[in-house]
Design a protein around this ligand. Structure first.
Ligand code: ADP
Length: 473
């Protein structure tokens, strides 16, 4: 149930719950503060009345007034008191009380008597059954040190009770209303804030359904906007890699189908009628060539896919690059003999790197083999090895068919061959440079190309040097 509850509902509940708690605490505090303030106000007015009356009573010798009128005549202050009053004798017996209290006899409590005997005024609240409570102040009236009378001033707490009841009423109606309004507001705001999430979910569902061209429309730069653009980037990368995989499978099938078609065609042609052993031999030789080509493609593909999975072990031995370059130069001379392509050595510094000698040989040989293969007849290929910013920099410069800038960007892609290369040399898988790129990167290095179409190319392989032993001693 909890897991199914939407964020919107949960946010609204939290929002409403939080506000309800705040409202409750606020209302309780307000009630307490208000009731205290009201009581203080009442107490103060009782005190003021008592002080004013007692002052004149104390000043005069206080005779036993039996009639209220006589008393109020003698002490006009008492007539001004808007509250009821009582006057008790020093033992607590009632002597006089104002007319507005006649219906009720409110005796002096023991606490009040004790307190006034000690000269202290005392406040009390009394409640008779269900009636409105009364606030009382018992005030000692003394002549010198002797307690002559106790003046009691009292007032009904009705106005205070009513005011507090009204406050409670307002709070009881207002608080839930505020909570409901805030929950509605919270529901609305959460809905607005979460609407982009719904859009993301919908788009994600469409993408999950197979449509990788879908993107989330976003213009905002807030959290949701950032999430959306991260999501879009991720889908773009996914789309690119899926397109690459599809392209790769199509290219792989195409590259394998060509030799298969040739093999099939030649075999069928040879079998169409009886032929001389020489013709059969020729057909078989041609088939073998195509089979070799196919096995090369399959081997290279296997290597690349194992490299992608990180399953190819790359050794980390000391490799003397200059020796490697010199050996490859000799091999290249043999390779270029037929087309009179000469491979020369430029500046070759003695440099060492840590790596897999066999793989590094494969890397350099592949690039040099291409340089010879795509050179014009009688062209030259020059190899160089120098140190540059802590890297061993190997250059393979040829004078051959070259590449356009667009082609230069694509030559390291699997199965990519330029049109000029296809026309120039039929043989080739388009996988060699992909393998070279993997080997260079597996050695924390790079391979780059600069080229001029029709004139020649220069491949640069950079590998991190072995710091201490970079120069042969
Ligand atoms: P291939 O088997 O076709 O040589 P590679 O992966 O080694 O495959 O090279 C990919 C493509 O890069 C080649 O088909 C060619 O178009 C281009 N290329 C590589 N080396 C050179 C070069 N030295 N000069 C011109 N083009 C080159």
């Amino acid at each position: 149930m909890r897991a199914n509850t939407s964020i919107r509902v949960r946010l609204t509940i939290w929002y409403g719950g939080g506000l309800a708690l705040i409202m409750f605490l606020f209302a309780s505090a307000l009630y307490v503060v208000m009731s205290r303030a009201l009581q203080d106000q009442i107490d103060r007015s009782l005190e003021e009345a008592a002080v004013a009356a007692s002052r004149s009573l104390e000043e005069h010798r206080f005779g036993p007034f039996l009639l209220l009128d006589d008393l109020t005549q003698a002490f006009p202050e008492l007539a001004l008191i808007d509250k009821f009053f009582q006057i008790f004798g020093p033992q607590g017996q009632i002597t006089l009380q104002s007319a507005n209290i006649k219906t009720r006899n409110i005796p002096l409590s023991q606490t009040a008597l004790q307190s006034t005997l000690q000269g202290r005024a005392i406040f009390e609240t009394v409640r008779f059954h269900d009636e409105i409570p009364i606030r009382l102040l018992s005030y000692p009236i003394r002549h010198g040190e002797t307690l002559v009378n106790i003046l009691r001033v009292g007032t009904s707490l009705q106005p205070e009770e009513e005011m507090l009841a009204r406050l409670v009423f307002v709070l009881l109606i207002g608080s839930p209303l505020a909570v409901i309004v805030s929950m509605l507001g919270g529901w609305f705001l959460a809905g607005r804030a979460l609407r982009p999430v719904d859009t993301i979910t919908l788009t994600a569902q469409r993408i999950a359904g197979g449509d990788l061209t879908q993107r989330i429309e976003t213009t905002s730069k807030d959290e949701i906007g950032r999430l959306a653009s991260t999501f879009n980037d991720m889908i773009a990368r996914l789309e690119a890699s899926i397109r690459q995989i599809r392209q790769f499978s199509a290219d792989a099938s195409h590259e394998l189908r060509t030799p298969l078609t040739i093999t099939k065609g030649e075999t069928e042609l040879a079998l169409r009628k009886p032929r001389s052993p020489e013709v059969y031999r020729e057909a078989l030789e041609s088939n073998l060539e195509e089979i070799d080509r196919m096995s090369r493609i399959v081997e290279e593909l296997l290597l690349l896919s194992r490299a992608d999975l990180g399953e190819v072990h790359v050794a980390s031995d000391l490799v003397q690059l200059d020796t490697l370059v010199q050996e490859i130069q000799l091999q290249a001379m043999v390779l270029g003999k037929e087309r009179h392509v000469e491979t020369t050595l430029g500046k070759v510094e003695p440099l060492q790197v840590l790596g897999d000698e066999w793989r590094l040989r494969e890397l350099i040989l592949n690039v040099v083999d291409n340089a010879v293969k795509y050179s014009w007849p009688q062209g030259t290929v020059q190899l160089g090895l120098t140190q540059h910013h802590g890297m061993a920099r190997m250059t393979i410069q040829d004078h051959g068919i070259g590449m356009t800038p667009d082609e230069q960007r694509l030559v390291f892609d699997r199965f990519y061959r330029t049109d000029a290369a296809r026309a120039h040399a039929q043989k080739g898988t388009g996988l060699g440079l992909s393998i070279c790129k993997w080997i260079a990167e597996a050695h924390h290095g790079t391979i780059e190309v600069t080229s001029t179409f029709g004139q020649g190319s220069c491949f640069t392989i950079s590998l991190p040097l072995l710091p201490a032993a970079s120069v042969r001693g």
